[in-house]
Design a protein around this ligand. Structure first.
Ligand code: PHE
Length: 350
């Protein structure tokens, strides 16, 4: 069979243009179809190479015809592009509208840990009574944690403060995680002459772990030193504080107790708000009906001597309370470990 002449081939190309572009479904199709005509291997590009097959006078009109067909391709291409754009717009408009009545998903908002909330409230009470807030390091020298507070070496009172000792960098230093924030009382007195009126909030550490003891817990201690301070100043400050925290009706008791750094020493108990004193097996008050919440007393002259205060001239009171214990009481939590497991479902419910 004779080969199709260049003129017949060009006519066939021209006839195929509209149908080829009508088949394009997207921009990618459109690029491929265009390339099939005018790309490097496109039919219109290749047909130019066949011009020498034509007799001389036919060559120029053939070239013009090729250019016309190229124009045809260009128009078909831009029509197809326009058609694709309007099809896309129609699809967009027929899609279901955004439903703005659907309930949104609220991001969960964090909140302050109940222990910190209690601590801030207690700080507010005491600062309104004129106390400053003092802080100190959690890693301490045994001098500040025990010796300057009048703990004699190897005294059994240190058993109550079963301690975490740490390796020390300087030979001879006895370094530990502080067992109470009384260390900050020592630091305050070493660095300021009397009068002193401050509270010391912070984390403390003891080797204890059960329903009412955690190896890390929070304390807040207080110290007031001046001429003429008496036990009734102490009771007044503590009663003002407890009324503010628990309300006027709460039952408390004051009983004699021993701490090496106070004389006389006392402990203050609050009625067990978990069982109300009615459950002999209550895990929190151990069936006693009372919860010890703080230790207190008049600062021992030995302590004044060890920090360079004149024990003849000055008197002072000190107290120390467990923030976690108070938090358990306020929220009726029966196991201190709940406070440190950091289960947001539990903490968020308080
Ligand atoms: N530091 C004592 C403790 O942690 C509490 C306390 C402070 C007792 C001040 C009396 C006076 O056990």
């Amino acid at each position: 069979m004779d080969q199709e002449s260049p003129i017949e081939a060009l006519d066939a190309i021209a006839r195929s243009v509209d149908e080829a572009f009508a088949a394009a479904r997207d921009d990618n199709d459109l690029r491929q179809v265009t390339a099939r005509f005018t790309g490097r291997d496109g039919s219109l590009t290749k047909i130019m190479k066949r011009i020498p097959e034509l007799p001389g006078p036919e060559r120029k009109p053939f070239g013009q015809r090729v250019n016309e067909v190229k124009g045809l391709v260009e128009r078909a291409q831009s029509n197809a592009a326009e058609r694709l754009r309007s099809e896309a717009r129609a699809r967009e408009l027929s899609r279901p509208a955004l439903d703005i009545t659907l309930p949104g998903r609220r991001p969960r908002i964090g909140r302050i840990h109940p222990c910190m909330r209690t601590m801030h409230e207690i700080i507010d009470v005491f600062t309104s009574l004129g106390f400053d807030v003092a802080e100190g390091p959690e890693v301490e020298l045994a001098e500040n944690n025990f010796d300057r507070l009048g703990f004699p070496p190897d005294h059994p009172a240190m058993d109550m403060h079963d301690s975490f000792f740490l390796p020390s960098r300087r030979p001879g230093d006895r370094v530990l995680l502080r067992t109470h924030t009384s260390t900050v009382q020592v630091r305050e007195m070493l660095s300021h002459p009397p009068p002193v009126q401050a509270i010391m909030p912070g984390a403390v550490f003891r080797r204890d772990d059960d329903a009412t003891h955690s190896p890390m817990f929070f304390q807040l201690e207080g110290l007031m030193v001046d001429e003429g301070i008496t036990l009734s100043n102490l009771r007044g400050a503590l009663e003002a504080f407890l009324t503010r925290l628990f309300g006027a009706g709460v039952k408390t008791r004051f009983r004699a107790s021993y701490f090496p750094f106070v004389e006389p020493g006392a402990e203050m108990d609050v009625e067990c708000l978990i069982c109300g004193g009615r459950d002999p097996h209550c895990r929190v008050c151990k069936g006693t009906g009372w919860l010890e919440i703080l230790g207190c007393g008049m600062v021992h002259p030995v302590v004044f001597e060890s920090v360079g205060y004149d024990p003849e001239r000055y008197r002072g009171f000190a107290f120390g309370m467990g923030i976690d214990r108070l938090t358990m009481l306020r929220y009726g939590i029966n196991d201190i470990r709940h406070l440190f497991e950091n289960d947001v479902r539990f903490l968020g419910s308080l």
